[in-house]
Design a protein around this ligand. Sequence first.
Ligand code: SAM
Length: 262
Amino acid sequence: MSRRGGSRSGRRRGYWTLRIDIVTLFPGIFVGPLQESILGRARAKGLVEINVVNLRDWAESRHRVTDDYPFGGGGGMVLKPEPLFACVEALRGVGSRVILLDPQGRRFRQEIARELSQAAHLILLCGRYEGVDERVREHLVDDEISIGDYVLTGGELPALVVTDAVVRLLPGALGDQAAPAKDSFGAGLLEGPHYTRPEEFGGWRVPEVLLSGDHARIARWRRWQALWRTWRRRPDLLETAELTPEEQKLIEEFKQGRKPDA
Ligand code: SAM
């Protein structure tokens, strides 16, 4: 995508169309993922406008240089500040949030995805090589996001991770509007198990309750399974989850060895 400027998010049935500009040296990485499945459909429905912006188009030099050697020596290259500043200044509008994908940023979580899904315009900056000139971090960006404690070769995959997590939260993006609230982290817990046909596979039967047609019993079973699973796998989440007194008692019983009812 070529040079363009100004935020021009539109309105869609009571909501702003979220606009996401992804600034990268490797636009080809985005071709498949942005066309497929939920992301592709959300774009087609006008829930989100996603532009992949080639940083090279913003380099002024004849050879469109976007990186240079680090002052002080050492290996690797560093992304120069001028193209990034020029590009962001042109894209940025009222309400834009400029986010640098960076392993040193705050760790990405569902809560952050929810927060970003309320924005009108996100500008995601993908670093490469040794990263970006420090003045970008200090004077250009509003936020820095890491997708985990490991180092990737570039910010493109993290930008796709953030985009996917944010877009699926936009009203209308998923067939089931209530899905994000039921998903893991949606209500502060991990989600319980799912089963589909056949009822029996390899000698393993689907839990009887799911075939009972008793919706109240099923809902209770699912909630208990979510609590059990969260307690077993991510007990840290229980510290902030909203639990009823009965559920708190249940967790105490899990600690004493009780298993969730089948
Ligand atoms: N030298 C940097 C450091 O040690 O902090 C790592 C640079 S990394 C090889 C190149 C780029 O990949 C980064 O500028 C960033 O945009 C992206 N990146 C790598 N790992 C990431 C992560 N865990 N989360 C978000 N972005 C990441």
